[in-house]
Design a protein around this ligand. Structure first.
Ligand code: 9WO
Length: 271
């Protein structure tokens, strides 16, 4: 097993459903990823199995109690094949990106905590959490979906999970660019035809076209991704040629170097 993940959640049926489908389900069934769910309700101390209580200081809603959570985290630690890193998914966390997923994929054991209600008792974070992560700036009804987003992203990086090294290599963001547009049969959909270069059989031309499309898309939609990365001479030339062809630039405009990223993203959206 490459990576063992324990997930602490009040909704085990919800996460098990996600964990049984698709590439993730296959990775778990094949034992490439270990995956177990731990329910804080099994660690409640009263007859009614209470896991939430009202916030000290007042205010709306309920807070997840420390002890059932700590009990479930403890059970997950015991089950983990090696001392795990403990991650709490919350809007207060640092933003997760592909490099963060890669870092976590190098661990051998990981415990994820999915919160519910208005959050968890802060002392759980102080006592048992190594790291707080967010998958984006929005509020959900619980941390289960963010936890499974992370698990899904992780499983794709494990050896054998995608059974296809190539698609990992060329995939979106893995070399820091957005993906090029893709087409399959038929050649014509309504008024739209597949770009001729993709049908011509010139594989070098296909590669250059795709790279140019990826660069153009990234320039227009996610200039922040280009700003933090130096373009090779070949990529600069491709981007320049693509921009000229798309009418984004007048000839000669680029002689002083590529325009600032700030100008990008203001262009019309169609490629
Ligand atoms: C709701 C709320 C209502 C009134 C006052 C304070 C409040 N805080 C919250 C809140 O943050 N609820 C969270 C719901 C508690 C933890 C689980 N929930 C959650 C996790 N929503 N969104 C996430 C999340 C996690 C990771 N990345 C993006 C979103």
């Amino acid at each position: 097993m490459n990576l063992w993940v324990g997930l602490v959640s009040l909704f085990p049926e919800m996460v098990s459903a996600i964990a049984s489908a698709g590439i993730l389900g296959r990775a778990i069934r094949r034992g490439e990823m270990g995956f177990e769910v731990f329910n804080p309700r099994d660690h409640a101390s009263d007859r009614r199995r209470t896991v939430d209580d009202r916030p000290y200081g007042g205010g709306p809603g309920m807070v997840m109690m420390a002890e059932p959570l700590l009990g479930a985290i403890g059970e997950a630690r015991e089950r983990a094949p090696s001392p795990p890193r403990v991650v709490y998914l919350s809007p207060q966390g640092a933003k997760l990106d592909q490099s963060g997923v890669e870092r976590l994929s190098r661990l051998s054991s990981l415990v994820l905590i999915a919160g519910r209600y208005e959050g968890i008792d802060e002392r759980v974070i102080e006592l048992a959490v190594d790291e707080e992560l967010s998958i984006g700036d929005y509020i959900l009804s619980g941390g289960e979906l963010p936890a499974m987003v992370l698990v899904d992203a992780l499983c794709r990086l494990l050896p054998g999970a995608l059974n296809n090294e190539d698609s990992i290599q060329t995939e979106s963001l893995l070399d820091g660019l957005l993906e090029y547009p893709q087409y399959t049969r038929p050649e014509q959909v309504g008024p739209l035809e597949v770009p001729a270069v993709l049908i011509g059989g010139d594989h070098g031309a296909v590669d250059r076209w795709r790279r140019m499309q990826a660069l153009l898309r990234t320039w227009r939609r996610r200039p922040d991704l280009l700003a933090s990365r130096a373009l090779s001479d070949a990529d600069s030339a491709l981007l320049k040629a693509g921009m000229l062809k798309a009418g984004m630039l007048e000839a000669g405009m680029l002689e002083a170097g590529l325009p600032q990223a700030a100008r990008a993203g203001t262009e019309r959206r169609r490629d």
